[in-house]
Design a protein around this ligand. Sequence first.
Ligand code: G6P
Length: 368
Amino acid sequence: DAVELGRFEHYMRKEIHEQPNTVRDALRGRLRLAEASAQFGGLNLTARQLRRVRRVVFAACGTSWHAALLGEHYIEKLAHLPAEVEYASEFRYRNAPLDDQTLFFVLSQSGETADTLGALREARRRGFPTLAIVNTVGSTIAREADGGVYLHAGPEIGVASTKAFTSQLVVLALLALHLGRLRHLSYDEGRRLIAALEELPDQIERVLAIEPQVEEAAHRMVQATSALYLGRDLNFPIALEGALKLKEISYLHAEGYPTAEMKHGPIALIDPATPSVFVAPRGGLHAKTLGNIEEVRARKGPVLAVGTQGDDQLARLVDQMLPIPEAHPLTQPILACVPLQLLAYHVARLKGCDIDKPRNLAKSVTVE
Ligand code: G6P
């Protein structure tokens, strides 16, 4: 183990730092530059079959469920198809309608999560083809699905999922690109997204370089007993995932919320001891987000923000801004999650928690 950990104290931090490479591996061999599209060896579906699709349904648990939430945005934005995200544990018992024009995916890092496997088996039992986005090669879900996509992220040991999450996002973006290019998405838009995806490894490298700033931010959080994570649109799933990471390994209570929903309840929690973490890169609705931050400030709530490098207006408004590079609107959330992974890690480290073996959690949950 020590050898594998190399210069890192914990697998979680090692895996966070592997992300430039794991993102590169998720992209490898899957870009079709000439057509500004993507390809997947294992999907087992022809272009003709994919053109018939009218709806996409994802079922997953935990961090994989958060990835699917971003997948829903990608599919809607690039392919203009309705997409739904189900908790695997709920889907199984709901008799949720599926039909032969629906693409049904399960997402699982381990490929062994009992509820996700149950959802896949339920769909099969009802006679629908199943697809899986999985990291672990040869896992039960990978074997039982009719087709699918591997993440190629390598073994993830840290119980709190990090590199598998960013790889899931990359694969979902490629999938949406592929479905989009079979429909109305223009060649130029496809090429712009491909260029943005290819830039990701270097951009993630730049985000990892701000780790000392994230450590400073962790010092601001460590005394808190509760925190709010807020994000809009594509950054809402990132807020949920940031909050989950913090809960899982630092045992600090955190809640993820859509930024504008804050005023419908969570704002009651704001006080000088309750930090808010805004996922607020520049882009649509930024002015409204700045207004929401002012509301928190007016109630003396401490504010951290993940923002676009050079956004002085945001930096002036918050206690500390964690900068990420300017990026394509669809890849920006992938960058925004990295400082939040590091933030959870450093808060947990300051609290002396057992980061790679958090209490009560298992890497893969094989009970229902
Ligand atoms: C467990 C892990 C989480 C993970 C979830 C789903 O709860 O602790 O980190 O997100 O299972 O796992 P999967 O392997 O299906 O993605």
